[in-house]
Design a protein around this ligand. Structure first.
Ligand SMILES: [Fe+2]
Ligand SMILES: [Fe+2]
Length: 270
């Protein structure tokens, strides 16, 4: 299968980059399955139901969330009726929606997608992501019912993401980090056959502070005092993420490539 994963969609600029470019990339790269992390798609804070529809209509097969999962209150309801949206497995025992699910790709093949939150440097203490993931990976062995499997590793610390990547090695097709909004350059296939990238980066305007218009973040760093709200930067966004090809029989990654399309980052394509 040919799979594309895109990092955190940031505000209107990120949404526009998805609607304007994802349909073309889907065709050009003959993608079988597309996952888009959407935790910042609505004003940088969470995902509204209407913006979820926009991203799904543009060609995403699955939307993942993150620590901002329910910043938009309507998602608490919306996620219960839209199984294509996943929130982290270990978000909270009381959270609505699912943290992992078996999807059916357009070619009829089954794809497992799961998301976990890290514990290191996160603003809330979440449950252990390793033990949250273990039963899901055990129930869905790669090369069984699922032709491919993806895990979105939503963490701040690169060390925790790498550890989770090794934990997933040989058990999923792709383990990819999100949350920092800055892409890392370490796309690789791990020894067990899992494609891995520490962070997919964001789909947003990189002339910013991690997607936010830079004036207020700069003021807060310099003076230690807030004055305005954070608002997403509005310049042209770069679509940022990772492309992976998998063997349908084993589910393992045969090729991995960084993706950067549009905006001010240096382009990269499969
Ligand atoms: Fe994010
Ligand atoms: Fe996040």
């Amino acid at each position: 299968m040919k799979i594309l994963f895109l990092g955190d969609v940031m505000g209107r600029a990120g949404r526009r980059a998805i609607t304007e470019n994802l349909p073309r990339l889907r065709q050009e790269w003959r993608l079988d399955f597309v996952v888009v992390n959407s935790e910042n798609a609505t004003s940088g804070m969470g995902l509204s139901g209407s913006h979820a529809k926009t991203l799904l209509d543009a060609g995403a097969d699955c939307l993942t969330l993150g620590d901002h999962a329910f910043d938009q209150k309507d998602m608490l309801q919306f996620i219960q009726h839209e199984p294509r949206i996943l929130r982290p497995l270990n978000f909270s025992k009381a959270a609505p929606g699912m943290g992992a699910r078996l999807f059916t790709a357009q070619n009829g093949r089954k794809v497992l997608v799961a998301q976990v939150l890290g514990q290191v440097f996160m603003k809330r203490p979440f449950d252990d992501p390793f033990s949250a993931l273990e039963p899901v990976l055990k129930t869905h062995p790669l090369g069984g019912q699922a032709s491919a499997a993806l895990v979105d590793i939503h963490c701040e610390a690169t060390s925790e993401k790498m550890a989770l990547g090794h934990f997933c090695d040989g058990r999923v097709s792709l383990a990819v980090g999100t949350h920092t909004h800055v892409p890392t350059a370490d796309a690789m296939v791990l020894p067990g056959g899992t494609g891995y990238l520490t962070d997919a980066g964001m789909c947003g305007d990189y002339h910013s502070v991690i997607g936010m218009e830079k004036t207020e973040p700069l003021r807060r760093f310099i003076t230690g005092m807030p004055k305005d709200r954070f608002t997403p930067a509005t310049g042209t966004a770069t679509l940022s993420g990772v492309y992976v090809e998998t063997d349908d029989r084993t589910g393992k990654a045969t090729r991995i490539a960084m993706v950067r399309d549009g905006g001010i980052l240096q382009p990269a394509a499969p």
